[in-house]
Design a protein around this ligand. Structure first.
Ligand SMILES: Nc1ncnc2c1ncn2[C@@H]1O[C@H](COP(=O)(O)OP(=O)(O)OP(=O)(O)O)[C@@H](O)[C@H]1O
Ligand SMILES: [Mg+2]
Length: 311
C-alpha cells in the first residue's frame, strides 16, 4: 500500500516546493565544528568555549563543548563535578565510548559537554605508535556528521584545546571545520601566532584540507590601558586573518563565574563580559552565513535553521 495514500493529491505546480521542503527536512546540515586553539596558556580559550557556547545556546543553537584539555577547566567551569564524568574525551579518543555516550547536559538549556579527565594527559604516549593517532576525534565525530544517521541535533561543536600544539590539538584541528583563535591583549599577544598558523597550514595540507581559520578574537582588553589599545591596533593592522569586531573586555565577573560552576551569562547576564560574548556569538553566526554562502555546499546549507532540519 502507498504510504501517502491518505494525503491529498498535489497539483504539478506545488510539487517542486514540496520536494525542496522534503529534501531539506531529510538532510539536516551537519554541525559546524570549531576548534578554539592557541598554544599560549591563559589567553581565554576555555572562557571563550564556555561563554561563546552559552551565548550561542541562548540565541537558539544546539551546542556541544568538547573538553580536550586534561585540566578539565571547561568541564569544571560548567559545574560538571568529577564523579559525574562517567565517560570522558579520553574514553572517546581511546574508542572505549562513543561521543554520544559521553555527552552530558549542563544547567544551560541547549548546551551540552563531553567532559575531560586527567587520563587525557597520557593519551599521547598511549597512542603514539598508532597510525590513526591524529584522526581519533575526527572518527568519533563522524556519526554526528553523517546526515543519513541523524544521531544528534547539535548545530555547533566547540573544542576547547589545551595550551600546546600536541597530539590533542592536532586531533582537534584534524576534526574541525574551522579554528577560532583567542588572542590576549597583552605585550606578547602575537608571539606564537605564526607557529599556530603554521600548524594549521600543515594540518590542512596533510590531514584536513577543509580546515580554515574562522577568525581571531581579542580577549581581556582593558580600555584604560594604552598597551591593550595598541595591541588591538597592531593586530587589526597586521593580521591577514579575520579579526572579530567584538573585543572581550577584562571583566572581574568573567573571572569569578567559573568558581561558581557557571558561565558568566548565567552568573551575571548584564555585565560587560556577558554582553561581549553575546555580540561575539551574533558575529560568529553572521560569519558562518558568509562562509556558507561562499562554500560549494551553499545550495544545501544556508542558515542554522536548516541545520536543525527546520523549513
Ligand atoms: N575577559 C576576561 N576577564 C577577566 N578574566 C578573564 C577573562 N577571560 C579569561 N579570564 C581569566 O583568565 C584566566 C585564563 O583564562 P582561560 O582559562 O579561559 O584561558 P585558557 O587559554 O583556556 O588557559 P589554558 O591555556 O590554561 O587552558 C582565567 O582565570 C580566566 O578566568
Ligand atoms: Mg583552557
Amino acid at each position: 500500500m502507498n504510504d501517502h495514500a491518505d494525503l491529498p493529491a498535489q497539483s504539478p505546480a506545488q510539487t517542486p516546493s514540496v520536494v525542496a521542503l522534503a529534501s531539506r527536512i531529510a538532510k539536516p546540515a551537519p554541525p559546524r565544528v570549531i576548534a578554539i586553539a592557541n598554544q599560549k596558556g591563559g589567553v581565554g580559550k576555555t572562557t571563550t568555549a564556555i561563554n561563546l557556547g552559552t551565548a550561542l545556546a541562548a540565541i537558539g543553537e544546539q551546542v556541544l563543548i568538547i573538553d580536550l584539555d586534561p585540566q578539565g577547566n571547561a568541564s569544571t567551569g560548567l559545574g560538571i563535578d568529577r564523579q559525574s564524568r562517567r565517560h570522558s574525551t579520553y574514553d572517546v579518543l581511546m574508542a572505549a565510548a562513543t561521543l554520544s555516550d559521553a555527552v552530558l547536559a549542563t544547567a544551560v538549556p541547549r548546551l551540552s559537554i563531553v567532559p575531560s579527565t586527567l587520563d587525557l594527559s597520557g593519551l599521547e604516549l598511549e597512542v603514539s605508535q598508532e597510525r590513526d593517532r591524529a584522526f581519533r576525534l575526527r572518527r568519533a565525530l563522524a556519526p554526528m556528521r553523517d546526515a543519513t544517521v541523524r544521531v544528534s541535533d547539535f548545530s555547533y561543536m566547540l573544542i576547547d584545546c589545551p595550551p600546546s600544539l600536541n597530539l590533542l590539538t592536532v586531533n582537534a584541528l584534524a576534526a574541525a571545520d574551522a579554528v577560532l583563535v583567542p588572542l590576549q591583549c597583552e605585550f606578547f599577544a602575537l608571539e606564537g601566532l605564526s607557529q599556530l598558523l603554521q600548524t594549521v597550514d600543515t594540518v590542512k595540507s596533510q590531514l584536513n584540507p577543509e580546515l580554515m581559520i574562522h577568525g581571531i578574537v581579542l580577549t581581556m582588553h582593558d580600555a584604560r590601558n594604552n598597551l591593550s589599545n595598541q595591541v588591538v591596533a597592531d593586530v587589526r593592522a597586521n593580521s591577514k586573518q579575520k579579526v572579530y569586531d567584538t573585543i572581550i573586555p577584562r571583566n572581574v565577573r568573567v573571572s569569578e563565574a567559573p568558581s561558581y560552576g557557571k558561565p558568566v551569562l548565567v552568573y551575571d547576564l548584564k555585565c560587560v563580559g556577558s554582553e561581549a560574548y553575546l555580540r561575539l556569538a551574533t558575529e560568529i553566526i553572521q560569519r558562518e552565513k558568509e562562509l556558507m554562502a561562499n562554500s560549494p555546499l551553499a545550495e544545501n546549507v544556508i542558515d542554522s535553521d536548516q541545520r536543525h532540519g527546520v523549513a
